[in-house]
Design a protein around this ligand. Structure first.
Ligand code: TYD
Ligand code: MG
Length: 465
């Protein structure tokens, strides 16, 4: 017999309570409790494949790992992020803001796997709309199966009938199961449907890709448990106004989480960007002040990126500090270092900072480029386009070493850079640098000011005048 139970569930974190609460004691959000009715089945859950599993404890040496065949996704960037392809039976959660290209990426993947049977379940768009999108993406796949369905039980019936080799669900927030009375997208629906699909993936060995919406603050909508139960969490990021999209893995049970993939949205779908440096540098002809190139690393890949700063006299009492793609607190720290350690008075200046291409950079090695861009804008003296920077700046104004410097220098040399400013603590006597690039070691900010602009630091300048 079915028993109906009613609980209040926090739509933000998934915490449950028997009575309504104004403020969630678990996540602290207000007005997030919604009543959800749960019908508990006393028999086993319907519609699920029940394969009896051999649940006998096995010594680890007897478990072979060689047969971990991965499905090649035919999208190089995606393969790299996944650690070589999709692992059978894995569940991948693909999250991102609306319009970023989640459906496009999933459909491109589905159409690209020509020799495999892919079932693309669309709960958001009709089959015709999916077809129209497929026509935009240049493809020659004939056999990709499209299903327009949102009831979980029906989906599981179809997967049993069709036996696909990959299932794509667009999106998990549109699915619902009969056993729960709350509306699709609510925490309990998302949790139950995801858990059922996870059981399906594990018992049948079919990989499942779940597309998930994200909330205002950027986390995947639905309970945190969703991120816990899936094997891989991929985040699709990028600014809608820019064409570049970055795919990051926030969790990966079968590979590294330090890889990123860069795509460009074109009229014919997403195109991989295999050489990011080329698009992130503006290849300008004239010399403009306030621009410095940083040799950064994201994931395993080094690339060059432009940082732009604008320093101007503050019109209002409180100067503005505004950043795009960079942590504003770190900018404040760098400005304080410039002020205290090198004597530049920036307290009454507005400072704007921008990382080109709409990217977000967390690599501390970008510090030196940012300081250089700020100084270049302050002096209104341009830095040559063939100069790049790779070092962290410490609180006492020292220029600190960064990881994998040789890879950064190699990338810079490959892209025609002729000078690289680095930390002197980063260099060893035995280092051999690529031809054509001069590596300039620095110990303190004052040395940077001297080497780059031929000036002494701000403190002496102010004393002189
Ligand atoms: P979409 O995949 O629908 O985003 P999501 O599923 O994450 O909400 O992407 C939609 C955007 O991508 C839309 O603004 C149109 C654009 N787009 C292209 O520029 N070229 C294309 O070939 C396709 C299919 C979409
Ligand atoms: Mg979509």
């Amino acid at each position: 017999m079915a028993k109906t139970k009613s609980v209040y569930v926090c739509q933000n974190c998934g915490a449950e309570s028997v009575k309504w609460l104004g403020r969630c004691p678990s996540c602290g959000e207000w007005n997030t409790y919604v009543e959800e009715r749960i019908t508990k089945e006393t028999s086993s859950r319907p519609g699920l494949v029940n394969v009896s599993r051999n649940a006998i404890p096995t010594p680890i040496r007897e478990i072979d790992s060689d047969n971990e065949l991965r499905v090649d996704t035919k999208i190089g960037e995606l393969n790299r992020i996944l650690g070589g392809g999709i692992v059978p039976g894995s569940v991948i959660l693909l999250g991102g803001e609306p319009g970023i290209g989640k459906s496009t990426l999933a459909l491109q993947l589905a159409l690209g796997l020509k020799s495999q049977k892919v079932l693309y379940i669309s709960g958001e768009e009709s089959a015709r709309q999916v077809k129209l999108r497929a026509d935009r993406i240049n493809h020659d796949s004939q056999d990709c199966l499209i299903l327009n369905e949102t009831l979980l039980e029906n989906i599981l019936t179809q997967t049993e009938r069709v036996c696909p080799e990959l299932v794509v669900i667009d999106s998990i927030q549109t699915l619902y199961t009969d056993t729960i009375e709350s509306s699709p997208g609510s925490v309990s629906q998302v949790r139950e449907t995801a858990a059922a699909l996870l059981r399906y993936a594990k018992t049948s060995g079919t990989p499942v890709i779940l597309i998930g919406h994200i909330t205002k603050d950027g986390s995947i909508a639905g309970p945190k448990v969703l991120e816990h139960i899936v094997d891989v969490v991929l985040q699709f990021e990028g600014d809608q106004n820019y064409l570049y999209r970055i795919l990051r893995s926030a969790k990966n049970r079968f590979g590294s989480t330090s890889e990123i993939g860069i795509f460009e949205m074109q009229s014919g779908g997403l195109v991989e960007v295999t050489n990011p440096s080329e698009i992130l540098l503006s290849h300008r002809e004239e010399m403009l002040s306030g621009i410095a190139v940083a040799a950064t690393i994201d994931g395993a890949r080094p690339f060059l990126i432009e940082t732009q700063a604008l320093v101007s006299t503050a019109v209002y009492g409180t100067p503005q500090r505004s950043t795009t793609g960079f942590d504003p607190r770190r900018l404040n720290m760098l400005l304080a270092v410039l002020e205290r350690r090198a004597g530049f008075r920036l307290a009454n200046k507005d400072v704007f900072l921008n990382i080109a291409g709409g990217l977000r950079v967390n690599d501390p090695a970008i510090d030196l480029a940012i300081i250089s861009a700020i100084l270049s804008s302050t002096f209104d003296v341009a830095i040559a386009g063939s100069t790049c920077f790779a070092a962290e700046v410490g609180l006492s104004g020292e220029i600190r070493p960064v990881s994998r410097l040789d890879q950064r220098i190699a990338e810079a040399a490959k892209l025609g850079m002729s000078r690289a400013f680095v930390s002197k603590y980063n260099l060893k006597k035995s280092d051999v640098h690529p031809k054509g690039i001069e590596v300039i070691p620095l110990g303190r900010i004052e040395e940077l000011v001297k080497a780059l602009f031929g000036r002494s630091s701000g403190r002496q300048q102010q004393a002189d005048s």
